[in-house]
Ligand binder design. Structure first.
Ligand SMILES: *Cc1c(COP(=O)(O)O)cnc(C)c1O
Length: 324
């Protein structure tokens, strides 16, 4: 726990008064937690895919909060926040893992309004400036190459203050969702209840590996090298193209690529799976003829290049079949 807190502070160049809290339950639990401890009355949500929409749904169903202000954009794009006096928290997603769209995190409002950022697939692979958020939360199974089941939050003094104030004001908070309690434990290098120790171990190994190689800038560069390989290949290809039209929104950590109808993604992934190449399926609910690639720091860019060659090889044969 101690190595993790120190390492994350270092990796994200956190200001001295920011703190790292950790608990059980993953990013999904943090949405529930935020609805109790960080959103006071009303939040604004940018919804542009599966994960960002889930947080908005959590808040919509919370009886103690007002209906959130939801700004939606079509899959493959992202909405912009709208500065509003009527909300006390902006809920942003750094990288929408379901569609492969990344955003730039910057404060839409002023000091009194919290900026809560789901950094789950972005943290450790995309640049972020701590001054632009109050809570940057994530799970360790994406860029940190560990298992799931834990949440981590990088917290500003304003976020910590909000949690303390809501609890002092008498809001009932289940103890598993109590940010103040989680933070009090984290300060002692403890957790409220027993975490998966193997997950913590894997997490800290990956974190220290990234730090040892040069930190966040190094990891970001490595992901962007993999992303260039994928997007350049898709743009050159006569059967594939990047799903995200705007190059600046194309995720450097999770790439989505549409395929021609003549190359069904299901046939592609089945053939690759038989040869030990797995987990490049598109997001099911998106319902497109699409492949989706994890480009996290643990992945060797050369493996990404080899993957594009394998896809080309299979595509040539799948197309021959459909013509014959
Ligand atoms: C994976 C993911 C989640 C969910 O994480 P869990 O650890 O399964 O709760 C939430 N948000 C984003 C952006 C994700 O990529």
């Amino acid at each position: 726990m101690h190595r993790l807190r120190v390492g994350l502070t270092d990796l994200f160049s956190l200001p001295e008064d920011y703190e790292v809290a950790l608990g059980n339950g993953g990013a999904s639990l943090f949405w529930d937690l935020a609805s109790f401890c960080l959103i006071e009355r009303r939040s604004q949500h940018l919804v542009f895919g599966e994960f960002s929409s889930k947080f908005a749904q959590v808040v919509q169903s919370a009886p103690h909060l007002e209906n959130p202000l939801v700004i939606e954009a079509a899959p493959g794009t992202h909405p912009e926040p709208a500065s509003s006096r009527d909300v006390d928290a902006y809920c942003l997603t750094h990288n929408e893992t379901s569609t492969g769209v990344q955003t730039t995190i910057s404060r839409p409002g002023d000091e009194g309004q919290l900026v809560l950022v789901d950094g789950t697939s972005a943290a450790g692979g995309l640049e972020v400036n701590a001054g632009e958020f109050d809570a940057y939360y994530f799970s360790p199974q994406k860029c940190f190459a560990a298992d799931g089941g834990l949440w981590v939050a990088l917290l500003s003094p304003a976020a910590i203050d909000r949690a303390q104030r809501l609890s002092a004001a008498g809001r009932w908070v289940p103890s598993s969702l109590d940010l103040g309690l989680a933070l009090a434990n984290s300060r002692l290098d403890q957790t409220v209840n027993t975490p998966a120790v193997a997950t913590l171990f894997l997490f800290v190994q990956q974190l220290e590996w990234i730090l040892g190689n040069g930190g966040l800038a190094w990891a970001v560069q490595r992901c962007s090298e993999s992303a260039d390989l994928i997007y350049d290949w898709a743009e050159r290809s006569d059967f594939a193209q990047p799903f995200v039209a705007d190059p600046s929104s194309r995720s450097q950590v999770v790439a989505t690529v549409d395929l021609d109808p003549a190359v069904p993604a299901a046939a592609m992934t089945a053939a690759l799976r038989q040869n030990g190449i797995v987990d490049i399926d598109g997001y099911r609910k998106l319902g497109r003829n699409q492949l989706r690639f994890g480009l996290f720091p643990a992945i060797e860019p050369e493996d990404v290049a080899q993957l594009t060659r394998s896809i080309d090889w299979v595509a040539a044969r799948v197309r021959d079949l459909s013509h014959g």
